[in-house]
Design a protein around this ligand. Structure first.
Ligand code: C2E
Ligand code: CA
Ligand code: CA
Length: 575
């Protein structure tokens, strides 16, 4: 540092408030000076500006500010604050910065590590810079958000538009329903399915099919009451129709139906398609968009099955399968609570007249439904829902537990799926041991459906059961398609002749059911199977069976099925 040069400057001091240009002027006037002194009003030197640093700063943002419009006044302000050049701007606003808010206005001297002047900045300048930066960012952000919204909207429109017809798709439709529900005015959700569309496609080609879809979509979109329209896929359309008087809804639907059915010209041809239209009304029929559409769909399916036309959703008709689900849930609970009870029907030996055993039927007393469902109703449900095996064992254990109350053997009905399971015979063995029964006391009634699946596995299981002494009986003989073949394929002990051959109606008699009974009894005798006739309801039938040499019989005439455990307490006589 050349102190002598700096001293010369005394002759031309800079006063507080002078412009930065004077510093430049100073260095131009004194090309050898490395420091420019700063003096106060009393001409006291209060600091120096280094030439090198100054030149550096001038080329930089703070320096430019200095050159253009800043004063050096701050250098002599007692309250002026210095700030390290490399410090973060945010530190300006930390700590006591706000307590000395005037500094924001007065500004800051930026100095280097060595304490020498490095530039000036006012608080306002900092704020303005920050503000400028921020508003720039905000503007960018706003632009980007708007741009992104537009892009999203474009994507959504594409994703919710059916490309062929330009109608909305299912997603758009559900949103429209939601919007309509929000408006709270009644409306109808309409489901349209074209009839014979596939054959039209086959006959005239896909281009013709597309042309029909496009035309139908225009018609439904432009239908007078349409608030929203959509193509749900294939030949399915859905509409939201504003609802006029309730009395005229059906009329409106008929008009819509006519409108879809009007001929469509395709090339030189003129074609027509049919339509099945189901509708559901808001707020009466459902409370959510998906439920409402589902209800309309259900109604459409019902009217389609009836050959086409229009119909409104009807809970009882359209949700029969829902009731089935309810039945299934209740039934499953009943099975696992041992609430499905065994009922026993006696089986008589026709040679001796003795009761020699009982067939076990499932009953569902106290089901909670208006009529207790019959096994013909609930057994197929248990089979489909895969809890027929638990149902079987629940009933079996209840009768085994009560044994030897019933006389003779116990005949249990088994379902085909149970015999496919390898463990069935083993479980039977364990159960017999647990209840102290012998295999000879048990019969299992199977139908010819057992061979529908894995026949070999079933035959294996049946043989294992017979090894335990359990007898196998072919049930409902004569009602299936392959009964005769069953007689040779299955390991059998007994054949049950279905009641339709036993007590044939007059109509049946004409078709020879009586002879079938006779022939079956003879066939059983030949093949070494016991024969058992079902559904004996009178003495005459019983006598005839005995004359024909039938071994066993059961039916209302001999005894009705009776619950093993009474579901209601017996009346007790009081003295
Ligand atoms: P199925 O095994 O052929 O049973 C004979 C059906 O005829 C029984 O009806 C019985 O109550 C009824 N019946 C008995 N005697 C007479 C009579 O003299 N006249 C008339 N009209 N009917 C008579 P149910 O109890 O309603 O059972 C119907 C079917 O449900 C049974 O036919 C059987 O296939 C099935 N089922 C019943 N219980 C069970 C079970 O525990 N497990 C399985 N897998 N199926 C069962
Ligand atoms: Ca049976
Ligand atoms: Ca039967």
């Amino acid at each position: 540092m050349k102190l002598a040069d700096s001293l010369i400057i005394d002759a031309r001091p800079l006063l507080p408030g002078d412009c930065g240009e004077d510093v430049i002027g100073f260095f131009q006037t004194y090309p050898n000076a490395s420091l420019c002194p700063i003096v106060d009003a009393q001409r006291q030197v209060v600091g120096h500006v280094s030439r090198v640093k100054f030149q550096n700063r001038v080329a930089q943002p703070f320096g430019r500010t200095f050159v253009e419009r800043k004063t050096v006044k701050d250098l002599t302000e007692p309250q002026s604050r210095s700030l390290l050049r490399n410090a973060q701007l945010e530190t300006l606003f930390e700590g006591d910065a706000f307590e000395t808010a005037h500094l924001i206005q007065d500004g800051f001297v930026v100095v280097d590590d060595d304490g020498l002047y490095a530039g000036l900045v006012t608080g306002i300048g900092v704020l303005a810079a920050l503000n400028e930066l921020a508003s720039g960012l905000v503007a960018d952000l706003k632009r980007e958000v708007a741009e992104r919204r537009r892009a999203e909207e474009r994507i959504r429109r594409l994703a919710e538009t059916d490309p062929l017809t330009g109608l909305g798709n299912r997603r758009a439709y559900l949103r429209s329903i939601e919007g309509a529900m929000d408006r709270d005015a009644p409306f109808a959700c309409v489901f349209i399915d074209l009839d014979r569309f596939k054959s039209l496609n086959d006959q005239y080609g896909h281009a013709a099919g597309d042309a029909v879809l496009v035309e139908v979509s225009k018609r439904v979109r432009d239908f007078k009451s349409t608030l929203a329209s959509a193509r749900l896929g294939g030949d399915e359309f859905a509409l939201i129709l504003s609802q006029p008087e309730p009395s005229s809804v059906a009329l409106m639907m008929a008009e819509l139906h006519d409108c879809v059915l009007r001929p469509v010209s395709v090339g030189n041809a003129c074609v027509t398609v049919g339509a099945s239209i189901g509708w559901a009304e808001f707020p009466g029929d459902a409370t959510t968009p998906a439920q409402l559409l589902h209800a309309a769909d259900k109604a459409m399916l019902r009217i389609k099955a009836a050959g086409g036309g229009t119909t409104r959703f009807n809970e009882t008709l359209d949700f029969a399968d829902l009731n089935r689900t309810k039945l299934e849930t209740q039934l499953r609970a009943a099975v696992f609570a041992d609430a499905i009870k065994p009922a026993l029907q006696p089986v008589a030996d026709l040679h001796t007249g003795e009761i020699v055993g009982h067939e076990v039927f499932a009953r569902w007393p106290n089901s909670g439904f208006s009529h207790d469902p019959s096994p013909s109703a609930f057994i197929p449900i248990a089979e489909r829902a895969a809890f027929i095996d638990p149902l079987f064992w629940s009933i079996a254990r209840q009768v085994f537990d009560a044994h030897p109350t019933p006389q003779g053997f116990l005949a249990l009905n088994v379902s085909p799926s149970q015999l496919n399971a390898t463990a069935f015979a083993a479980r039977m063995q364990i159960a017999l041991e647990e209840f102290g029964l012998s295999g000879e006391q048990i019969e299992l009634e199977v139908t010819e459906n057992v061979l529908v699946r894995d026949g070999d596995a079933v035959v294996r299981t049946l043989n294992q059961l017979r090894d335990l002494g359990v007898r196998i009986c072919l049930d409902d003989f004569g009602t299936g398609y392959a009964s005769l073949a069953m007689l040779t394929r299955l390991p059998l002990d007994k054949v049950k002749i279905d009641s339709c051959f036993v007590a044939p109606s007059e109509e049946h008699q004409k078709h020879g059911e009586g002879q079938i009974l006779e022939a079956t009894i003879a066939l059983c005798r030949k093949l070494g199977f016991q024969s058992c006739a079902e559904g004996v309801e009178d003495q005459q039938t019983l006598d005839r069976l005995r004359d024909l040499g039938c071994d066993l019989a059961q039916g209302y005439f001999i005894g009705r099925p009776a619950l093993l455990v009474p579901d209601r307490p017996r009346r007790v006589a009081v003295a």
